[in-house]
Design a protein around this ligand. Structure first.
Ligand code: GH3
Ligand code: MG
Ligand code: MG
Ligand code: MG
Length: 313
């Protein structure tokens, strides 16, 4: 039987799902057949401001793990039906490559159990009876590592801009905003002109330097809610929140005018870098990210054909 803890479990779970999606409150899942422990840990962790979901059997635990995507999961070794190790296996079979710290807890603390836990993929092992303060501090460390991991997979290594993966998240969120508040948004694709020539003439290291300089320039010269992404090699995307394409065109034209005055130096030579850009306003609530990027890409293609160093809608 699943633990129904003081109020309707389903409602509680739905509410938590909502909250954890909207806010950045960490969600911790605890799986243990000892209900007094569940209540104890839940109460203590909730006082830290974290959200906790509990499962007293393995039945629902695995499906809830995938539905709610907790930031940390605490699993008792000894459970009826499936034990903690089998649950870890289930989580990993369906794994979506995301990193979620696993903390095993147990009354047993023999060497073999501990080794097995870590071999199975546990990140921590805590013996019962649990010291609540220590437990919370350990969980806090795991949440911090999880947070750093989550951010790092959304960032491009060379430029430190957001990567393509995060663009999808932001696009979907912007679409939701539009549906709720009628807030239009625009997308610009910026592609450095003749970048291959820069690589060929000055080498890859200089090429990389141009890319990171350009990235920094874009980040510094856009508003904080206009998000900049590295889309591919020398291609960048800016998502302009609450901005129509006329306004986006103005902004990108100013960026182009400013950037082309910057001079680079390599091999004792001075050179300038230009880019071309294509812009599209998202003008239907049905517009998918792919079709929006396609439209911006078409405009970029026109800009390239018309001689580069220009912006087209
Ligand atoms: P166009 O004006 O038509 O855009 O010409 P282009 O030379 O900029 O475009 P093309 O697509 O022919 O070449 C892009 C080059 O960018 C090829 C690729 O080797 C280089 N590139 C992609 N990623 C990186 C990177 O991370 N570092 C460096 N240095 N070069 C990269
Ligand atoms: Mg148990
Ligand atoms: Mg390109
Ligand atoms: Mg290019």
């Amino acid at each position: 039987m699943e633990l129904t803890y003081s109020y309707g479990h389903f409602e509680e779970v739905e509410m938590k799902k909502q909250q954890s999606r909207n806010g950045d409150v960490p969600l911790i899942q605890i799986i243990d057949d000892d209900i007094s422990i569940l209540i104890l840990l839940k109460d203590f962790l909730e006082k830290k401001g974290w959200m906790v979901i509990t499962n007293s059997t393995s039945n629902k635990a695995v499906s809830q793990y995938f539905d709610l995507q907790p930031d940390c999961v605490v699993i008792d070794v000894n459970l009826p039906n499936k034990n903690g190790f089998e649950i870890i296996e289930d989580l990993q079979i369906h794994s979506n490559k995301h990193f979620v710290p696993i903390v095993m807890i147990s009354v047993f603390n023999d060497r073999n159990t501990r080794i097995k836990a870590f071999k199975m993929g546990a990140d921590d092992f805590i013996q019962k009876p649990i010291d609540l303060e220590e437990f919370a501090v350990r969980i806090e460390r795991h949440l911090l590592r999880k947070q750093i991991y989550d951010q790092s997979v959304l960032l491009d290594e060379l430029t430190n801009l957001y990567n393509r993966r995060y663009l999808k998240v932001v696009y979907d969120r912007s679409m939701e905003e539009w549906k709720r508040n009628n807030q239009q948004f625009s997308i610009a694709i910026l592609d450095i002109d003749y970048f291959k020539k820069i690589n060929d003439r000055y080498g890859h290291v200089t090429g990389d330097l141009v890319l990171s300089t350009f990235a920094l320039f874009l980040a510094e010269n856009t508003r904080s809610n206009d998000l900049v992404f590295r889309y591919g090699g020398e291609e960048f995307i800016i998502l302009f929140q609450n901005t129509d394409y006329h306004k986006a065109y103005e902004i990108v034209s100013r960026l182009l005018a400013d950037f082309t005055t910057k001079c680079f130096e390599a091999n004792g030579e001075v050179f300038f870098v230009t880019f071309s850009a294509g812009i599209t306003g998202i003008c239907s609530k049905e517009t998918t990210m792919d079709s929006a990027i396609n439209a911006a890409d078409q405009a970029l293609y026109t800009a390239k054909n018309l001689g580069r160093s220009r912006v087209e809608c």
